[in-house]
Design a binder for this molecule. Structure first.
Ligand code: ZN
Length: 305
């Protein structure tokens, strides 16, 4: 009985000792983290010290949590930027398989590309003329036009033309924050996927402007050009046609905009002439396929030889 009481008493004393030590420790911690609470600690009673200490500890914990949260957001952004995967669903239209086999080895392959659309009146005129040249082209569409001109985009896609992304509102992607950059890419992907069932497999950054961040965010191959028709500047079909003919070569990627009637007329004139020279008109991914090249996400191509 006696020894039991001694044991209980010593246990209580030990517990008190631990509590006192703990109070002392946290009190010191509070002093070192916050000068204001340390002066309060010196003058206040034990109860107040405990309250102050608890408050300070809570603040420290909250601060720590905020820091951790910030770090996590940054990591997610980096992962997002680097972990997107290139979808190969648009490599080429199976309906074109036989035709593509027939032109394999052709040393005059060229990819006509049209940016800034869809623009129904002109895009459709171009589409109306592609079959007579066995031609398919690549459209780099602007995300905020996609919903508005969904029928035109659907038609272009169903015919076996390739649909690439030209960002959401034609912003210079190199001037954006990570979050804004991702938004431009993802919003466009979503818009296009909603209409044709598949996200763009290529990116052409507006103004051909890119940096490492843009390449990482793209998630798909980045396509520029080696022939600039300057169609937007001259708005003259003969000039558009001449610029294409003058610079046409095997593996070339030609830049145009289906926003102008002169561009569409000039492109059709050029196809007519180039076909007689033995050229075949293919999409960017068809060009890569025919050249035996696998385009890499985040890599930049201005031609494919
Ligand atoms: Zn553009």
């Amino acid at each position: 009985m006696e020894s039991k009481r001694v044991r209980i008493t010593s246990a209580i004393m030990a517990l008190m000792l631990v509590m006192l030590t703990l109070l002392g420790c946290t009190g010191n911690a509070a002093q070192s983290t916050d000068a204001t609470s340390s002066s309060e600690t010196t003058t206040a009673s034990t109860t107040t010290t405990t309250t102050t200490t608890t408050t300070t500890t809570t603040t420290t914990t909250t601060k720590k949590l905020t820091t951790t949260k910030k770090k996590t957001t940054t990591t997610v952004m980096q992962e997002k930027i680097t972990s997107k995967k290139y979808t190969t669903t648009q490599v080429y239209n199976p309906d074109r398989g036989a035709y593509l086999e027939s032109i394999k080895g052709n040393k005059k392959l060229i990819a006509f590309t049209f940016d800034d659309g869809p623009a129904p009146a002109y895009t459709n005129k171009l589409l109306d003329n592609l079959d007579r040249f066995n031609a398919r082209v690549t459209f780099f569409v602007v995300g905020d036009r996609v919903g508005k001109y969904a029928e035109t985009l659907k038609r272009a896609h169903n015919m076996g033309n390739e649909i690439g992304s030209h960002a959401y509102d034609h912003s210079d992607l190199t001037k954006l924050s990570n979050a804004e950059l991702m938004k431009q890419i993802e919003k466009t992907n979503k818009e296009v996927e909603k209409v044709i069932g598949v996200a763009p497999g290529l990116l052409r950054p507006p103004y051909g402007s890119y940096n490492d961040k843009v390449k990482a965010a793209a998630g798909v191959p980045v396509i520029t050009w080696c022939v600039d028709t300057l169609d937007w500047k001259y708005k003259d079909k003969k000039k558009v046609c001449d610029n294409i003919i003058k610079n046409a070569r095997d593996g070339a990627i030609v830049l145009m905009h289906d926003l102008y009637p002169s561009t569409v007329d000039g492109a059709i004139m050029a196809m007519d002439k180039l076909q007689h020279e033995g050229y075949a008109f293919v999409t960017v991914s068809e060009l890569a396929y025919l050249k035996g090249k696998t385009l890499q996400p985040g890599k930049v191509y201005n031609s494919i030889k």
